[in-house]
Design a protein around this ligand. Structure first.
Ligand code: FEO
Ligand code: CA
Ligand code: CA
Ligand code: CA
Length: 618
């Protein structure tokens, strides 16, 4: 739904991904001859199901011998009854599953917070309540025993709220109203537990808290303490905004990703964007939030706050269980429109992070820590503060290369003064090294066999049709998969297409605009959508078997909403999924989740369980 993601701001002539894809897909079409449609599900013609002899070298390399063995003899990964598309005003779920609602907008986070009132009365109230735009999230159990499956801290991003939805008016008319909007954004850390009736609830206590656009934050890594982040006003760093997807680390922290930060800035006076600002999409109007009219931080034309815009567009690390610790912006991971991050441990126990930059014709990135992440942590150093940043280049033959963004590259040294500039303006650095412009990279996830998946949600600016996808523009998106070399720390990879949404659009598992993505430890891939669905139906959650290619629909959302964010309890018998921007804020479309008691739709989390208590997705 976020139209702003769709505006291309990449002026380079780097070869678009569609050109590369076209070549690869021509071969794929041949393989897709034997598509099989099962009741309520669909077997994609993905390379994983193709005969070994028919594979290209790349497909074999990516699939590996494990894929070739098929699933005979092993239990089915996906056994639930799939559901049809749905357009009703309520979520629908497989008859093998059930859901309850948790933490809608306005839920008290602080013991002294008021309950939900519409519209919010004060910023001080909203700062102590759950925000809007529930997006990426993760669950951190408060016990490593069985109790940890029923009690934990749920970190939830609040990507955005429309002013019309949050305030019931087009524009804020005072600084206080801007502060309410800023408190709607950011993220929540919620102490949640399962009640004896089975439903979950937020416990408003000292662990539950908000991080908003005005919460003090810190910077670390190569850009911290450089002039790039300093303002003449001397204001300390504060806040996070447009927190989209997320990641989580083996050391127990949460990563929240700043995506369309540019849209919150505007100019009240004469202002000419720099080349860097243009590449990041800053304009006089922004997305029309109007914050700049009352809050100088967001006024691009205010010389006192010249570098405020450089303080956003980062990945932010949060320590859920340490409520006295500030959130930290990790600059070594680069500044762009961070959709999400998938963190894994590569060779030599290095931390490896895969990241998408969600804009038409923007890029996929990888970060590799400089050394063993356990050793770094033991020495008091964050593995996310010292490492190498790379950007992906996809070649026609199914191979790819990670191009390092370093000031040691003479081409980058000719444009930038130091590594801090390379990281702060990573998009421009990636343009220069010749990265492959992609179809809006959204979430990434790493499967247990090492395959990395990334959703490319759509790109209607695509101009060149090709044999495999005769539609130009690419309206429905796809999911790409790669296998990195040298256990995630190499500079090459082999890639293929896991699924083209246009291939499955007319099947019972039809979907468009894949976005949220999570691979579970068994080889299931959870796919969430945000965009046009077949028959104009509601967005949805599907489950794919990465071995067989089977896809089934588990859940559908409500009109005007996207389904996003995935978290599970350690036993994976409870899953949390978000309904974001229900009805786009319009009560005539849905009054989710309050319905007959509601006055306005509210973003909320769905808590999903199997009726037989089984693993989610099975
Ligand atoms: Fe925030 Fe690209 O979705
Ligand atoms: Ca969104
Ligand atoms: Ca998204
Ligand atoms: Ca999206």
């Amino acid at each position: 739904m976020f139209e702003h993601d769709r505006t291309p701001v990449n002026p380079t002539a780097n070869r678009p991904f569609e050109d590369v894809l076209a070549k690869r897909i021509e071969r794929r079409t041949v393989l897709a001859g034997g598509l099989a449609v099962a009741a309520g599900s669909f077997l994609i013609g993905s390379p994983v199901t193709a005969p070994v002899a028919a594979r290209t070298p790349a497909q074999t390399a990516v699939g590996g011998s494990k894929h070739q063995s098929g699933t005979s003899g092993s239990p089915k990964l996906i056994g639930f009854e799939a559901i049809p598309l749905d357009s009703s005003d309520k979520p629908t779920i497989s008859p093998d599953y059930q859901y309850t609602v948790l933490a809608p907008w306005g839920t008290a986070v602080d013991p002294n917070a008021p309950g939900f009132v519409y519209p919010p009365k004060t910023a001080a109230d909203q700062e102590r309540q759950v925000g809007l735009g529930h997006d990426g999230m993760w669950f951190f159990p408060l016990s490593d025993k069985e109790y940890g499956n029923r009690r934990g801290l749920l970190c939830v991003n609040h990507e955005y709220g429309l002013t019309t939805h949050a305030l019931g008016k087009e524009l804020p008319e005072s600084l206080e109203e801007v502060r309410i909007m800023q408190a709607v954004h950011g993220m929540s850390i919620l102490d949640i537990c399962q009640t004896e009736h089975g439903a979950w609830e937020v416990i408003p206590n000292h662990r539950s808290r908000r991080i908003t656009v005005n919460t003090p934050v810190e910077f670390s890594g190569p850009v911290a303490d450089t002039p790039l982040l300093a303002n003449a006003a001397g204001n300390p760093p504060a806040g996070t905004v447009n927190n989209c997807g997320n990641g989580y680390t083996p050391w127990g922290t949460y990563l929240t990703c700043e995506e369309n930060f540019n849209g919150y800035f505007g100019a009240t006076d004469e202002w000419t964007p720099t080349e860097e600002q243009e590449r990041y999409g800053f304009t006089t109007e922004g997305f029309g939030y109007g914050w700049e009219r009352f809050d100088r931080r967001f006024d691009l034309s205010d010389p006192e706050y010249r570098n405020e815009a450089n303080r956003f567009g980062w990945i932010v690390e949060v320590h859920p269980k340490q409520s006295n610790r500030s959130a930290v912006k990790r600059t070594a991971l680069g500044r762009f429109k961070h959709e999400g991050v998938a963190l894994t441990i590569g060779r030599d126990e290095r931390a490896v992070a895969y990241m998408g930059d969600d804009q038409r014709f923007d890029y996929i990135y990888k970060y590799v820590s400089s050394s063993n992440c356990k050793h770094m942590l033991a020495q008091g150093q964050s593995p996310l503060d010292d490492g190498q940043l790379f950007v992906a280049k996809f070649d026609d033959d199914g191979s790819g290369r990670w191009l390092e963004l370093t000031i040691d590259n003479p081409d980058l040294a000719a444009r930038f003064n130091n590594q801090a500039e390379v990281l702060t303006f990573a998009r421009l650095a990636a343009d220069i090294v010749g990265a492959t412009p992609m179809d809006r990279p959204e979430w990434t996830t790493v499967a247990p066999n090492g395959d990395v998946f990334c959703t490319l949600t759509n790109n209607t600016d695509r101009e060149e049709p090709n044999a495999a996808n005769p539609e130009a523009p690419n309206e429905t998106g796809h999911i790409i998969r790669w296998r990195d070399s040298d256990n995630h720390i190499g500079t090459s990879f082999e890639w293929d297409i896991f699924v083209l949404a246009s291939d499955v659009l007319d099947t019972e598992a039809g979907f468009g605009s894949p976005d949220g993505l999570w691979a579970d430890p068994d080889g299931r891939l959870f796919i969430e959508t945000d965009g046009d669905q077949p028959d104009g139906a509601n967005n949805q959650l599907l489950v794919a078997d990465t071995e067989t290619g089977e896809i089934r629909r588990l859940l559908t959302g409500v009109p005007g909403s996207e389904v996003t964010g995935i978290a599970v309890t350690p036993d994976r018998r409870t899953m949390f999924v978000n309904i974001q921007h229900a009805g786009d804020g319009d009560p005539d479309l849905t009054l989710f989740p309050d319905f007959e008691h509601g006055v306005i739709p509210r973003d909320a989390t769905l808590v999903i369980t199997r009726t037989d208590g089984g693993i989610i997705g099975s």
